[in-house]
Design a binder for this molecule. Structure first.
Ligand SMILES: NC(=O)c1ccc[n+]([C@@H]2O[C@H](COP(=O)([O-])OP(=O)(O)OC[C@H]3O[C@@H](n4cnc5c(N)ncnc54)[C@H](OP(=O)(O)O)[C@@H]3O)[C@@H](O)[C@H]2O)c1
Length: 341
């Protein structure tokens, strides 16, 4: 019998998560086998929309230790501490003790960060990167700051980030800073004002302000038209608010399906994020950003999210997902330790 591991699995469509056993997979060409030390939870893990084959293992944020290298993997060694963006595929999912990662979307964890810090990075960073720098309709098509040839297209242009304290929002704030946006205006609950400012927001507004009051408040901060609004939450009401703030020819970036009606004449657009680096439209861009991840993290250019560790290994994930679903997590990533199962 092949070596076994513990995994958190959904036995059938709409079934309940339970811990079971499955084979430890073998790495193919360009892949690494990773012993998973820390995983982070994301709303997609309770939506489960991308799970197709049951029993299914969810989870996409991975940090662990390289156990084995597949053919053609050059930049990693056995024993390296790494972070990686998992895929919607049982052998590449996060919520298990061993998983396969794709070398191009794996990076070494610098010594200043823990496995828990690192696990908070992949989904938030990739969602921000692909939706800001990817092409419409998946992104706003901004110039990636790491690929600049002297120009700084967004320098001193304003950006508004609705839901700045969300895990995605905190990466968007940081990339907005790297791109040169100013002012960086973020909304969140007042309890998260210091948090969003510590990640680079220059101005803060209470997310409970009605749209017209937010618009008036923003007009006191900047005379420039708002060409990029990032709605990290993308509910009907936040999309309407973001659409109302947007200038002609501006782009509203959304993390869920587009509910606003794009203009035919004014040219306002709405882009819908698809934050996986594995998606064909994101692969080239994401290979470029993943090549930067270790440097960004070691230099502190990009800061991971704050986190809370859940107890009971893989079993603790179910309760954590319930809290995420009920909106009981604020400005924090929940992480779990599969080896403690
Ligand atoms: N399309 C994609 O590829 C993709 C990828 C990743 C995530 N997503 C989606 O993006 C959304 C954010 O994900 P996440 O992991 O960043 O979530 P998260 O960190 O769990 O979100 C929690 C935060 O949301 C904020 N929030 C809740 N309702 C809000 C509202 N009405 N207005 C403004 N802020 C609000 C809360 O802010 P306060 O506590 O400050 O009030 C809280 O800090 C989720 O819906 C997720 O499904 C999509």
């Amino acid at each position: 019998m092949s070596p076994q591991q513990k995994a958190l699995m959904v036995p059938e469509k709409q079934g309940k998560l339970e811990v079971g056993s499955r084979n430890i997979p073998n790495p193919g060409t360009g892949e690494l086998l990773v012993k998973v030390q820390s995983v982070a939870l994301n709303p997609i893990d309770y939506h489960m929309v991308f799970l197709k084959h049951y029993p299914a293992v969810p989870g996409v944020d991975i940090a662990g230790i390289v156990e084995e290298l597949g053919e053609g993997v050059e930049n990693f060694r056995k024993g390296d501490r790494v972070l990686a963006h998992g895929a919607f595929n049982n052998d590449k999912a996060a919520f298990q003790q061993y998983t396969l990662t794709v070398a191009s979307f794996t990076a070494k964890i610098p010594s200043n960060l823990s496995f828990d810090d690192a696990a908070t990075v992949p989904v938030g960073l990739d969602t921000a990167v692909t939706s800001m720098y990817g092409e419409y309709p998946y992104g706003a098509g901004l110039t990636p700051p790491w690929a600049k040839s002297g120009s700084n297209d967004e320098l001193k242009k304003p950006i508004v980030i609705i839901g700045g304290s969300s895990c995605v929002g905190l990466y968007v704030i940081q990339f907005a800073r790297l791109s040169g946006f100013y002012p960086i205006i973020a909304t969140a609950s007042p309890s998260n004002e210091d948090l969003v400012k510590s990640y680079g927001a220059t101005h803060f507004f209470d997310r409970h302000l009605p749209g017209n009051e937010l618009k008036a408040a923003i007009s006191k901060v900047t005379d420039s038209s708002i060409c990029i609004v990032y709605d990290a939450i993308s509910l009907q009401e936040t999309q309407s608010m973001g659409w109302g703030l947007l200038a002609e020819n501006g782009t509203l970036i959304l993390t869920h399906d587009v509910l606003v009606k794009e203009d035919e004449n004014k040219g306002r657009k709405a882009a819908r994020a698809f934050g996986s680096p594995h998606a064909p439209q994101n692969q080239e861009l994401s290979r470029g950003s993943w090549a930067m991840v270790e440097k960004w993290l070691s230099e502190g250019t990009i800061q991971p999210n704050k986190y809370e560790v859940l107890p009971n290994g893989l079993e603790g994930i179910t309760g954590g997902l319930e809290r995420l679903k009920n909106g009981q997590v604020s400005g924090t990533k929940l992480v779990a330790h599969p080896q403690e199962t």
